[in-house]
Design a protein around this ligand. Structure first.
Ligand code: DAH
Length: 325
């Protein structure tokens, strides 16, 4: 509250006090004059009280001082008081992302986080999208005015990961990296589609790996995450960066209402296209790789039987409190 408002309210309160003192004089008045005097005093009192209420409400409204963004930063200034940790908890998606990462780590994968702004090369060219190929459309997200792309998938990291870990192949080891990240899509929103969500990419390269190895790794991952044996299935898919490309499915577990043959699509995957390996400087005649990418939100929705993906980014406390311990 500014000092002007403070003194205005103080002066109104002083007037009220004085009025109350004057009111005491009613006892000294002759009986026939008391009613009129009382009425007059009451009117004055109501007027002052209304003015006080108005001044206090106005002061509360402008209680926030405008931030001076040009002021120099005072590193010795007093820190504002933060809410203590008791008032918050980890977002359920972050808890589950930690769980997913620990599983991949236990399976020998390194973790590399993806970027939230990327470029044309990593979003399309390095992933073997031909310049005018219609497949680009389905990954058409948003662009910043400077031409950066909030990525539509974590596959944008494949080229970087392959280049950064290429030395492993020279040392006779495999490349095995999991890449979690936030991704963005220009979607029509509904219970299963959100414009912002999380994905995790897996990248594996060695001299001898096969599609069968990939299916084994994926099955193990999902069984560890859901804590039970699962039936899996695949169907052909299309991604410019894999050949062959597959959609990977799991049978919905009975304990959460799944029926026999009720398969759910969990991610896209396939053998890394030779051009993608080549663009990262890896010889496709010597090395093979597989990769996959899928939404974390979908994984978590199934685990907790959530009905609407939009809860995650809604900031609704009722929803978040269900997960806090
Ligand atoms: N990036 C694809 C998507 O979000 C999913 C995907 C498919 C990732 C195949 C891969 C892959 O790494 O090999 O639609």
């Amino acid at each position: 509250m500014s000092s002007v408002e403070e003194s205005k309210i103080a002066s109104l309160k002083a007037q009220l006090k004085q009025l109350n003192q004057e009111y005491a004089k009613i006892k000294e008045l002759p009986a026939e004059k008391r009613a009129d005097f009382g009425k007059e005093m009451n009117l004055k009192k109501q007027k002052i009280m209304a003015e006080i209420a108005e001044a206090e409400a106005a002061a509360a409204e402008i209680d926030v001082e405008a931030l001076d963004i040009t002021a120099p930063c005072d590193t010795n200034g007093q820190m504002p008081e933060f809410l203590t940790a008791d008032f918050g908890s980890q977002h359920p998606l972050m808890t589950e992302l930690d769980r997913v990462m620990s599983i991949y780590q236990s399976m020998g994968f390194d973790i590399v986080e993806s970027r939230q702004l990327d470029d044309e090369y990593h979003m399309f060219d390095s992933l073997n999208f031909a310049k005018a190929h219609p497949a680009r459309d389905s990954y058409d997200t948003f662009r910043t005015e400077e031409g950066f792309i909030p990525p539509a998938h974590t596959s944008t990291m494949q080229n970087r990961v392959l280049k950064a870990y290429k030395h492993k192949l020279d040392e006779g080891q495999a490349i095995a990296v999991a890449v979690p990240g936030r991704v963005y899509r220009n979607e029509d929103l509904d219970a299963t589609h959100e414009h912002t969500f999380y994905q995790c990419e897996g990248v594996y390269v060695s001299e001898t790996c096969t599609l069968g190895n990939m299916l084994g790794i994926l099955r193990e991952f999902f069984e560890k995450y859901y804590g039970q044996k699962l039936n899996i299935a695949t169907q052909p898919g299309y991604f410019p960066f894999t050949e062959p490309s597959l959609e990977f499915k799991i049978e919905k577990p009975a304990c959460i209402g799944g029926k026999k043959g009720d398969f759910l699509e969990m991610l896209g995957c396939g053998m890394i296209h030779p051009n993608v390996l080549k663009m990262a400087g890896i010889d496709p005649s010597k090395y093979h790789g597989f990769a996959w990418g899928g939404g974390i939100d979908r994984l978590v929705m199934l685990r907790y039987q959530l009905d609407d993906v939009r809860h995650f980014e809604s900031g609704k406390l009722d929803f978040l409190k269900e997960f806090s311990c």
